[in-house]
Write a protein that binds this ligand. Structure first.
Ligand SMILES: Nc1ncnc2c1ncn2[C@@H]1O[C@H](COP(=O)(O)OP(=O)(O)OP(=O)(O)O)[C@@H](O)[C@H]1O
Length: 254
């Protein structure tokens, strides 16, 4: 229960003279949502890129499901159990929801780039992937949209589809980059419900600017400013932190 699935220790990322991430440590546990908040340019996306392997750290260590990720490609880290959704959509709009999720699921396969001949030859692999896709679509609340062309679904449904595509790779750790961006109230509520549903089987790091959602969802919060962690703790602890109030939250969430 609540086992530690990802541990990042003393991560630093320098771009020339700028420390975009400066000595940051984060632990992600199963069945827990860890939100990372902070103003624009705080280093949240850079931190996400370090955890996913899209950027190598200048220093520090990351352990995923007990194994170090240093020197491994993002694809390899994905196969080790890390799923990531991006701020910018990865969806192929002319394809159906099903086809998008299947393409994402196939990207998880172990033998390098997708080989259609090998793929078609393996009926049992196909069945397993199909089941994985059905589960991911259902969990993301998109069952009724399975055969709908992605480009004709609403903005909120497209964000749900991104989550389904990430779930189809069967991650244990999920990194979600602003899943509520651009959503109206009803869509945001639906996404909050979805995230609470999937948190049970996953460790989740959530980068999000919607503070109502963050304080509803997060079990723990890390607050970053200028690459550094200025506070970390439960939502109640962070909310009452004077430094956080001054640097970021203001009066609204006091
Ligand atoms: N590839 C890069 N090269 C140089 N500087 C970069 C690079 N990527 C990010 N930075 C800088 O690192 C700092 C942190 O950026 P980052 O995008 O991680 O912040 P953020 O908290 O995700 O911001 P936002 O909320 O706007 O997405 C910024 O000053 C940014 O300009």
């Amino acid at each position: 229960m609540n086992e530690l699935l990802l541990s990042a220790r003393n991560l630093t990322k320098r771009f020339g003279g700028l420390a975009a991430v400066n000595d940051v440590s984060v632990d992600l546990h199963r069945d827990r949502i860890h939100a990372v908040i902070g103003p624009n340019g705080a280093g949240k996306s850079t931190l996400t890129n370090l955890l996913s392997g899209d950027l190598p750290p200048s220093s520090g260590r990351i352990t995923l499901n007990g194994n170090e990720t240093a020197g491994k490609s993002p694809e390899r880290i994905s196969r080790m159990g890390l799923g990531r959704s991006y701020q910018k959509t990865n969806i192929f709009l002319p394809f159906t929801v099903w086809d998008n999720v299947r393409l994402a699921a196939q990207s998880r396969e172990r033998h390098g780039p997708w080989n259609p001949l090998r793929w078609l030859s393996s009926a049992s692999a196909m069945t397993a992937v199909n089941r994985r896709c059905e589960r991911a679509i259902e969990l993301a609340g998109l069952k009724a949209r399975t055969h709908t062309v992605a480009g004709t679904t609403s903005h909120g449904e497209q964000r749900q589809l991104e989550i389904a595509m990430t779930l189809a790779t069967e991650p244990t750790v999920l990194l979600l980059d602003e899943p509520l961006a651009g959503m109206g109230h009803a869509e945001a509520e639906r996404m909050v419900e979805l995230l609470l549903r999937i948190k049970k089987d996953h460790a989740m790091m959530l980068v999000e600017h919607d503070m109502d959602a963050v304080f509803t969802l997060a079990d723990r919060l890390t607050v970053m400013v200028n690459g550094q962690v200025i506070a970390s703790g439960t939502p109640a602890e962070v909310r009452s932190d004077a430094g956080v109030q001054a640097a970021y939250l203001g009066e609204e969430h006091a």
